[in-house]
Design a protein around this ligand. Structure first.
Ligand SMILES: NC(=O)c1ccc[n+]([C@@H]2O[C@H](COP(=O)([O-])OP(=O)(O)OC[C@H]3O[C@@H](n4cnc5c(N)ncnc54)[C@H](OP(=O)(O)O)[C@@H]3O)[C@@H](O)[C@H]2O)c1
Length: 271
């Protein structure tokens, strides 16, 4: 029975990973969340009868909670894990609408936000990987997937002059390097680590944006369309997860995916 641990399954892409993967009763799916009670309710309301779903509580910034989740996962799976999907992330609103020079006008807030982005999106995931490696080594698939973003791609930033999301992009770029370092160390043990971007997906995060903020996002989207004329705007979670699961299934160390940073197409085509 293939087993999956997925972080951040309360909503957005994490929820859709949970929904699609657990639709196959042969898969055992363990979702990590910050509020177990709320997600248990969502599972019983929307995925009633799925006995292959288990929800555990662990904030990525809480090392002891992550460690406890490994012990709980081991009890569920019998001591192994096939897939670890590091989806949960601090997706800040702070940097979503302003360029870095404006953000840096408030140095205290800049520092506070960068510390949180680093703590959750980099340190949290490094701890997550390290703690789950013993189970992964006993699994069959041996795949670790880190959700990243095309925002961390230097060529795209420079080609499109993407000003927004500086702090978030820095955290994703940093984690991409951590993923490559894990790959460098554990490839010889058969563990595949790689960073996977979903493209741009509508998870409702702009629901409370002001007209001025929407204008800034529109300007960025216009830049995306210029670079990718075939792009039709944000995808739906259902399609993005289907595309990413296809990449996860096909990716292998033998085909050069170890430590790589790829899109939902399995290449460097970010949209
Ligand atoms: N949507 C896109 O267009 C897009 C594009 C590129 C990359 N991504 C990446 O895809 C992943 C999912 O994104 P999304 O769009 O689904 O984002 P989202 O809707 O903001 O969901 C983020 C998830 O992460 C969890 N989370 C936040 N802080 C956490 C913490 N400290 N510890 C544990 N979990 C925490 C949230 O849980 P709570 O409910 O408790 O807050 C939530 O489940 C992220 O890694 C994101 O960077 C998304």
């Amino acid at each position: 029975m293939p087993s999956y641990v997925i972080t951040g399954v309360s909503r957005g892409l994490g929820w859709e990973f949970l929904r699609q993967i657990s639709a196959n009763p042969n898969n055992q799916v363990i979702g990590l969340v910050r509020d177990k009670k709320a997600t248990d309710k969502r599972v019983s309301d929307q995925l009633a009868g799925r006995t292959n779903v288990n929800i555990l509580e662990a904030d990525l910034s809480d090392y002891d909670a992550l460690k406890a989740s490994v012990a709980a996962t081991s009890r569920i799976t019998g001591g192994s894990l096939d897939y670890l999907i590091a989806n949960g992330a601090y997706v800040s609103k702070w940097d979503a609408y302003d360029p870095i020079g404006v953000l840096a006008e408030d140095p205290k807030e800049l520092e506070k936000q960068l510390v949180t982005l680093t703590t959750v999106n980099i340190v949290g995931n490094i701890n997550l990987f390290k703690l789950y490696i013993p189970l992964l080594l006993k699994g069959q698939a041996k795949k670790v997937i880190s959700l990243t973003s095309g925002h961390a791609d230097l060529d795209s930033i420079n080609l499109i002059d993407i000003e927004l999301a500086a702090g978030y992009s820095i955290s994703k770029a940093g984690m991409n390097i951590a993923v490559a370092k894990f790959s460098a160390q554990y490839k010889k043990d058969g563990l595949l680590f790689f960073s996977l971007s979903p493209g741009v997906v509508d998870v409702g995060s702009q629901a409370d944006a002001t007209p001025e903020q929407m204008q800034k996002l529109g300007a960025m989207a216009a830049g995306f369309m210029k670079a990718y004329p075939e792009w039709k705007g944000p995808a739906q979670p259902e399609d993005a997860i289907r595309d990413m699961l296809a990449v996860i299934e096909k990716a292998s160390i033998e085909d050069g995916f170890g430590g790589s940073f790829v899109s939902h197409h399995g290449d460097k085509h970010w949209l």
